[in-house]
Every structure is written in structure tokens, then in C-alpha cells.
Design a protein around this ligand. Structure first.
Ligand code: DQA
Length: 147
């Protein structure tokens, strides 16, 4: 299976941006490590990042057309974007998507407690840093992820 690993705004700044919250690992490191982890489990990862909502929506459409699963850390768009939610609803009806956050958004400002993406996600992982992505890959690596 192909998994689209999608990152939203400002996540290209990982490693430099608020390391006390997000750690010192760069986005490239995360993408490489998650791709390696997935490959060892027979999965292909296509990793992309954009600061632009419309671009993310178009990539989700591409995933829907190709039947790909999605692991998404949408950054701040998690808390604002109905457009991304509507796009991901198509993935929910197909291979499914998992929402990941590096930080524990529930221990932070109140505006981060609401996610437009969470309801239709197979699951949400927050606060485990890079481990959250590995857990999401594990989920998609099982033949019947509901079991
Ligand atoms: C984040 C949490 C969001 O609230 C924030 O806007 C981000 C990163 C995380 O990975 O912890 O950009 O998605």
C-alpha cells in the first residue's frame, strides 16, 4: 500500500521552530525515518509538505484517486480548515487516514483542542513526537486494521 505522509504549514521549520515543543528533528529526518520504517513493513511512503491549504487539498484528491492511505499532520490547519476536512472525508471512505501531532495539543492552548480532521480519522495520535508516525504506519501495516 502507498501511504501519503502529509505535513502542513510551518512543519518545514521543524528543527528550528520551538524545539522545546517540537524537538530538534527536522522534517527531512522524520520523512526519511518514517519511509524506512514503512519500507521494512512492505509499505511505500510518499512524503510531501506545503504551507498552502489548496496544495494540500489537491494532494489529498490525488491520494483519493489512487486509493492511498494518508498520515496527516496538518499543523495549524487542523484547527481551522473545513476544506481539508472535506477533502479527507473522501479518504475516510476509502483507505483511511490517521491524524498525527508531534506535541500533545490537549495540554496546550485551548484553540488547539479542536480538530476539524479528527472525527473522520481512523485515529488521532498526539504528543508522542516521531513515535506517533511509526504507530500510524503500524496501523496501516496490518491486513485488517480494525482488529
Ligand atoms: C502540531 C500542533 C498544531 O497545533 C500546530 O499548529 C503545529 C504542529 C503538532 O505536530 O504538534 O503546527 O500539529
Amino acid at each position: 500500500m502507498t501511504i501519503l505522509l502529509l505535513h502542513g504549514p510551518n512543519l518545514d521549520r521543524l528543527g528550528k521552530r520551538q524545539p522545546e515543543i517540537y524537538g530538534t528533528t527536522t522534517l527531512a529526518d522524520i520523512q526519511n525515518r518514517v519511509a524506512d520504517y514503512a519500507r521494512e513493513r512492505g509499505q511505500e511512503v510518499d512524503a510531501r509538505q506545503s504551507n498552502h491549504e489548496g496544495q494540500l487539498v489537491e494532494w489529498v484528491h490525488e491520494a483519493a484517486d489512487n486509493g492511498w492511505a494518508v498520515i496527516v499532520n496538518a499543523g495549524a490547519l487542523t484547527h481551522t480548515s473545513v476544506a481539508l476536512r472535506d477533502a479527507l472525508a473522501e479518504i475516510a471512505d476509502g483507505a483511511g487516514y490517521v491524524e498525527v501531532h508531534l506535541s500533545n495539543v490537549y495540554g496546550r492552548e485551548e484553540f488547539r483542542h479542536h480538530s476539524y480532521l479528527a472525527a473522520a480519522a481512523r485515529g488521532v495520535i498526539a504528543g508522542l513526537g516521531v513515535h506517533g508516525y511509526f504507530a500510524a504506519v503500524d496501523y496501516f501495516s496490518h491486513a485488517d486494521p480494525v482488529l
